[in-house]
Ligand binder design. Structure first.
Ligand code: ATP
Length: 369
């Protein structure tokens, strides 16, 4: 499933040069974005970057100040929320407290004028879907947080929208339950065959669930890509920093050959990396590399293209991995992480030990912006 790589795939949701202003404040700035049918799409960004505003415009609660939003080719301008094939899932505290689970789920269907027998059938279907059959007669306060969340979900998909919008859907849940529910949401999306657009500020949540992620900042999209692409090939310093941990080497391109770029760091250290950008000799760049791509060892690896010497500054054992901070002799601090599964027979490096950090030429990315 990768319609974004198929030049013939039909766009499903299209934001076409959309701007949203509140007074003279621009919340969304000339933003274009395409989402495909059945995609699980995440809008990820810090508070205030405009992600909820984007979602609310798709739902019809706000209209763009400029630009168009298309769904399956149809311009949505002027179409009221309830006439759009789009539904918004609200957090579980938006359930009606005095109504049972089944009444909560039936509410929207009743309002729509669905015949009673059909409602009963649909509600039973939804209860089964979210595995709450035996809780049908309970009221929200008699449920756990996770169960309430599933009722909210059942209620929002009961009308069978084509697109489900979720604004920080799991914000009210604790960490463990949030993780479980992320997998449930993914299963449910598959089962229903719907397009999901989720807004979150939690990178792990976006990485876990989404087919693709749009990273947003100040009303603009910084990068749209799969979780793996976002992590492995961030397009800018902003994205590299925003998602996961990263080391940034500032430097200048010293030389470019057919396949490699030699970089001189701000403090004189030289590294050689694969060509991945078009930065020419003399250009100021940043080399961004993830901690797990850096090896720490007590001896200089014989075959390493890039090896820099320093001292272990601190070590943190995290269970699944160990994180090292190494202070290079030029003063830079490097973060390196090693999976503990493969560490047992390796160097037992500890605080204040002399150490080498090394990495392959293809281990990071050269960024020009
Ligand atoms: P959060 O995660 O905090 O909800 P967000 O990325 O979803 O943040 P939005 O809710 O889209 O951000 O808001 C983007 C910006 O637009 C914010 O600076 C917000 O203050 C502003 N904004 C949103 N709605 C309105 C409004 N009705 N009137 C004025 N300003 C608004």
């Amino acid at each position: 499933f990768a319609p974004w790589n198929d030049p013939n795939a039909k766009p499903y949701i299209q934001f076409d040069k959309v701007t949203k202003k509140f007074g003279d404040f621009t919340a969304v700035n000339n933003l274009s974005l395409t989402i495909f049918e059945r995609e699980f799409f995440a809008l990820l960004g810090a508070s205030g970057c405009g992600k909820s505003t984007l979602l609310r415009m798709l739902a019809g609660f706000e209209e763009p100040s400029a630009g168009r939003i298309l769904l399956d080719g149809q311009d949505l301008r002027g179409i009221p929320p309830y006439k759009r094939p789009v539904n918004m899932m609200f957090q579980s505290y938006a359930l009606f407290p005095h109504m049972t689970v089944e009444k909560n789920i039936a509410f929207g269907l009743k309002q729509e004028g669905m015949p009673g027998a059909d409602i009963d059938k649909r509600v039973a279907e939804m209860l089964k879907l979210v595995k709450l059959e035996q809780f049908a007669k309970r009221k929200p306060h008699q449920l756990s947080g996770g169960q309430r969340q599933r009722v909210a979900l059942a209620r929002s998909v009961a009308k069978r929208p084509k697109v489900l919008l979720l604004d920080e859907p799991l914000g009210a849940l604790d960490k463990k339950l949030r993780e479980e529910t992320q997998f449930e949401l993914m299963d449910l999306q598959q089962e229903l065959g719907l397009t999901f657009v989720v807004v979150t500020h939690d990178q792990e949540e976006a990485m876990t669930m989404a087919d693709r992620i749009a990273i947003m900042d100040k009303g603009e999209v910084m990068q749209v890509a799969t979780p793996a692409e976002i992590y492995e090939a961030p397009a800018s310093r902003f994205v590299a920093h925003f998602v996961g941990n990263v080391n940034m080497f500032e430097g200048k391109v010293a030389e470019r050959t057919a396949n490699t770029t030699r970089i001189t760091g701000a403090t004189g250290a030289q590294i050689v990396v694969d060509n991945g950008s078009d930065a020419a000799a003399g250009a100021d760049i940043i080399f961004a590399i993830r901690p797990e791509k850096i090896k720490v060892s007590s001896k200089k690896p014989a075959d390493a293209v890039n090896a820099l010497e320093g001292e272990v500054y601190d070590v943190a054992y995290l269970g699944d991995m160990t994180v090292y901070h190494v202070r290079l002799d030029d003063g830079q601090i490097v973060r390196a992480s090693a999976l503990n599964a493969s560490r047992i027979t390796e160097d037992p490096l500890t605080w204040n030990d002399r150490a080498w950090v090394s990495f392959r030429p293809d281990a990071g990315v050269v960024l020009t912006r």
